[in-house]
Write a protein that binds this ligand. Structure first.
Ligand SMILES: [Zn+2]
Length: 224
């Protein structure tokens, strides 16, 4: 299928990175060509879904929220299971933190590609980065390239997956957000692994975010 290469679908989680990707897409494809998709995967922190809605409304783009609650049924990670506390350190066996939801990005991008296929959207944009401290293997370039190939074959499509943050540090991501005029929108985003607003300031996600803003010399509007 030939898709519309002017149109883009952003996977919007309501966090800092996907919001930066939304503004990158607006610059790249134009405001009338961008829409967003958010996944309700049974995350404990429902505030993420609200943040995604608010960010999309602020940027003036459509947002669709798709329910996929299978990850919470599978359990075992701290982002979907209330009984598991968020731990910063890695599990000895997997060498991954318990915030890792196995397969999450693969599933998100597959559903995003299905949605894009229906609407003939030729581009998907995701905020994954392999520089991320957590080392999630489904955020790495090799996974995304391979998945793009699988989706193209499996849907007979020419969809392209864009990862503008793939090789950026947190500092560089904040600087990119500034250059794209996305800093104001950061006040609406949600990053905290403990689901707190104002953010807890102590969980791995809060610490990473704080370091990025600090290194970039920019005040995080979420903390004002
Ligand atoms: Zn936090």
């Amino acid at each position: 299928m030939n898709s519309d290469k002017q149109k883009a679908l952003v996977v919007l989680s309501g966090g800092q990175d996907s919001t930066t990707c939304l503004y990158w897409s607006l610059r790249q494809f134009g405001s009338g060509n961008v829409e967003t998709i958010t996944f309700d995967y049974g995350q404990r922190h429902r505030i993420e879904l609200e943040s995604a809605r608010n960010v999309a409304a602020y940027a003036g783009v459509p947002n669709v929220c798709v329910p996929i609650n299978t990850f919470s049924a599978l359990g075992g990670d701290s982002l979907t299971d209330d009984a598991i506390d968020v731990a910063g350190e890695c599990d000895e066996d997997s060498e991954l933190p318990n915030t890792f939801v196995p397969g999450r990005n693969i599933v998100f991008l597959t559903f995003a590609a299905a949605y894009a296929w229906r609407r003939r959207i030729g581009n998907i944009v995701t905020g994954v980065a392999q520089t991320d401290y957590s080392g999630y293997p489904d955020c790495r370039e090799g996974t995304i390239e391979s998945l793009q190939q699988t989706l193209r074959l499996g849907m007979e499509s020419d969809v392209e997956i864009h990862t503008p943050l793939m090789h950026l540090s947190k500092r560089q991501t904040v600087e990119l957000a500034r250059d794209l005029g996305a800093i104001d929108a950061m006040a609406l985003t949600h990053t905290c692994y403990n689901g707190e607003r104002p953010p807890c300031g102590e969980c791995p996600a809060c610490l990473l975010r704080a370091r990025g803003f600090e290194e970039a010399g920019i005040t995080d509007p979420l903390l004002q």
